[in-house]
Design a binder for this molecule. Sequence first.
Ligand SMILES: NC(=O)C1=CN([C@@H]2O[C@H](COP(=O)(O)OP(=O)(O)OC[C@H]3O[C@@H](n4cnc5c(N)ncnc54)[C@H](OP(=O)(O)O)[C@@H]3O)[C@@H](O)[C@H]2O)C=CC1
Ligand SMILES: CCCCCC(=O)/C=C/[C@@H]1[C@@H](C/C=C\CCCC(=O)O)[C@@H](O)C[C@H]1O
Length: 333
Amino acid sequence: MVVAKVFKFEKQFDGFPQETDLKLVEEQLPEIKDGEFLAEAVYLSVDPYMRAYAPRLPLGETYVGGQVAKVTESKNPKFPVGKYVVAHFGWRTHTISDGKRTPGWTIPMVLPDFGGLPASLALGVLGMPGNTAYFGVTDILQPQQGHTVAVTGAAGAVGSLVGQICKIKGCKVIGIAGSDEKGKWLVDELGFDSFINYKSDDVGKALKEAAPQGVDRYFDNVGGEISSTIINQHMKNFGRVAVCGCISGYNEKEPPKATPIQKGVLRHQLRMQGLHSTRWEDKWMEGILQNKKWIEEGRLKYRETVTEGFENMFKAFTDMLRGGNFGKAIVKV
Ligand SMILES: NC(=O)C1=CN([C@@H]2O[C@H](COP(=O)(O)OP(=O)(O)OC[C@H]3O[C@@H](n4cnc5c(N)ncnc54)[C@H](OP(=O)(O)O)[C@@H]3O)[C@@H](O)[C@H]2O)C=CC1
Ligand SMILES: CCCCCC(=O)/C=C/[C@@H]1[C@@H](C/C=C\CCCC(=O)O)[C@@H](O)C[C@H]1O
């Protein structure tokens, strides 16, 4: 008899998530049936969307999320024992799956050959965040050689890759994030051209110094007043803005107030587009293979912030929301 540990959504968040909003329970799993397999979580992801999605998640449900799991029993030839899968099973240690899609989420996928790179990367640079960065830059932002690019959430899973991919495309990249230690990593190790600490610097003033001629492309991971400042005061004419996330408001009880951006969009004739990584599901492997190639060539660096122990999922999640992570935040069971 297999017993799964599962985090259930106990109480709707009211502002910043509290530990008592989730409940860790045990579930006895039945024997697998024909067409099913049993998978044991090895790495689990903690992502900002888990906070943004909460109002739509019914209470009592398993908390949402992706994981890399090892197939330990199988009556489904597409998911043989010993293989690793990346799947949207939620915050749980053991899962019985029929290999079909959890409605609204990605379909379980046997991990492709990562050529010796760690399987955990399927939750980061070789998975959803990596593809958000890759397709968000190549399809939405479309930076050209010589462009100046600003990216917020710059030291996180998506932002750290966005900046590097823009460097690969020949751009000047300005990263905006929440600590000088993050800035040092971005500039000294990832090759960003400059860094702004939004917690201690005046973003408008610092951006004027870093990009006196203005910004051609802005990859927005945070929304709020920082984005209003960039869009209203720093974009060049005909610039592009990729709206990827708005984490500055996810934990707010009331919708955050920020200076309207319409004037800036209009004055500078900007092209501003939202994106969800899922729109590129039909060419998902293109992003994974390209990011993998850039890693192998030494042109794309990744970093993981690993929390040990399934019981520490909530801690890892809230640490990430508070900015404790460099690169991708994951949990190792
Ligand atoms: N559209 C899509 O398909 C996807 C969108 N996203 C979005 O992209 C963004 C980044 O996601 P991801 O890379 O996974 O997460 P990160 O790895 O960047 O982690 C979140 C980071 O957000 C920063 N942060 C927290 N609060 C604030 C705040 N008030 N203002 C500014 N920054 C804050 C913290 O860094 P710091 O120390 O700098 O504050 C923290 O490390 C999120 O908004 C997310 O929702 C992510 C994946 C897919
Ligand atoms: C306003 C919330 C923006 C969330 C941005 C983000 O991180 C998206 C990530 C998607 C994720 C979408 C899942 C749920 C977010 C829905 C929130 C909402 O609309 O209220 C998943 O599909 C993979 C990433 O592409």
